[in-house]
Design a protein around this ligand. Structure first.
Ligand SMILES: *Cc1c(COP(=O)(O)O)cnc(C)c1O
Length: 394
């Protein structure tokens, strides 16, 4: 089979769709006004911003456009949600999980340095949080619970609706209601987001994870939620995110989510099938592997695989030379020698965790892509293992 380029790192970022680029173009050229300006240039930009906010609110079933604030990225949305609610409410305690993205995990760890309290809920071996443990950690000081909608390394989805029901019950008898935040960066565009059904007060998304542009995100803030901004300046985004609005980015991200919601079922079916084909092929052709992703409780596109007796980074580089882009664990953790916190949390053997790759599929992948990977990958794994002294001695 001829060498081909196969991009299997869609959980790190995606290619911006051409329809999205077309939608954005006028806001770089004709409609370049500052949305806060009173003149016609500004008002045209403002109109686009207002329309995007209305559309975006409908797409996630928010009650009103004022519940949406546009942010610079998913990381910023997560930070505003968690730090902003701790600043605005009585209490000093946040509950999160051991497998959050660093945008949540490091935010909570940093809060601890400043005197706040944080608890990190453990998970079972597929990455589902322990609900009983979560309940047991709630105190009078708890302000917010932040649990991701789907994990970026192994794809597992968390039971957000169940957590919401538990909190609603507890909140009935509390003066200070506990808020629920979910980082939905890995589900937006793959699962239809419905903030009413999920029962969340705060929800973060990021445009570049669903074929929108980079550098744009959104935070849903349920009406009535007490929250303080982290940055101070202009009155933009209802004072929650001051700074001249990225109108092109906002319009592009909204278009991307609109298209994703329309095509979701069809795309998911295809991607689920391709992932299954990849998983089955790896299981059939490569010995000594562990599949870390539970296919039936995860987003359809992620497949995390541990290759025993292998150093993940080495395999990653060899795959890259063969034209295949994957990731070791998560893009954000690359460069650290520590085993991934997610794989540790699900109880993966630390040695196996070293040889873990994340394949994350997307809408542009084809059957031929997977055929190519299944031809190349087994050979590369065999080659890397042949160089390993522990493989020979096993
Ligand atoms: C990518 C990602 C983020 C960060 O989003 P950015 O827009 O890149 O800041 C946060 N959470 C999860 C789960 C992610 O996958």
């Amino acid at each position: 089979m001829n060498k081909r380029n196969v991009y299997l790192d869609n959980s790190a970022t995606t290619q911006t769709r051409s329809e999205v680029i077309t939608e954005m173009m006028p806001y770089f050229s004709n409609i370049y006004g500052n949305a806060s300006s009173v003149h016609t240039y500004g008002q045209k930009a403002k109109a686009a911003l207002t329309k995007a906010r209305e559309t975006f609110a409908k797409l996630i079933n928010a009650q009103s456009p004022e519940e949406i604030i546009f942010t610079s990225c998913g990381t910023e949305a997560d930070n505003i949600a968690i730090v902003g609610s701790l600043l605005a409410n009585d209490g000093n305690h946040v509950i999160t999980s051991k497998i959050e993205h660093h945008a949540v995990l490091f935010t909570c760890q940093n809060l601890e340095k400043h005197g706040y309290k944080a608890d990190y809920i453990s998970t079972n071996n597929i990455g589902r949080i322990n609900i009983e443990e979560l309940k047991s950690k709630i105190t009078d000081d708890t302000v917010i619970v932040s649990i991701m909608h789907a994990n970026n390394e192994i794809g597992v989805m968390e039971p957000i609706e169940e957590v919401s029901k538990i909190l609603k019950d507890i909140n009935k008898t509390r003066k200070n209601k506990i808020l629920l935040h979910t980082d939905a960066v890995q589900t937006a565009g793959k699962i239809k987001l419905d903030v009413q059904k999920l029962g969340v007060d705060l929800l973060s998304v990021s445009g570049h994870k669903f074929y929108g542009p980079k550098g744009i995100g959104a935070l849903y803030i349920r009406k009535g939620t007490k929250i303080e901004p982290l940055f101070h300046g202009g009155h933009h985004e209802f004072g929650m995110k001051p700074g001249t609005e990225n109108v092109a980015g906002i319009v592009g991200m909204t278009k991307a989510l609109e298209l994703a919601n329309l095509e979701m079922e069809k795309e998911n079916r295809k991607i689920f099938y391709l992932r299954k084909k990849l998983a089955d092929g790896i299981i059939e052709k490569i010995p000594e592997i562990v599949i870390n992703t539970d296919i039936y409780s995860s987003v359809p596109n992620v497949l995390s695989v541990s290759f025993n007796y292998i150093e993940g980074e080495t395999l990653l580089l060899m795959l890259d030379m063969a034209g295949i882009a994957a990731s070791a664990g998560s893009a954000c953790a690359t460069g650290s020698a520590e085993p991934s916190h997610v794989l540790s949390a699900i109880g993966a053997n630390p040695l196996a965790a070293q040889g873990t790759l994340r394949f994350s599929l997307g809408r542009y992948n084809t059957d031929e892509d997977i055929d190519y990977v299944l031809e190349v990958l087994p050979k590369l794994v065999e080659r890397v293992r042949q160089m390993s002294p522990i493989w020979k001695k096993r």
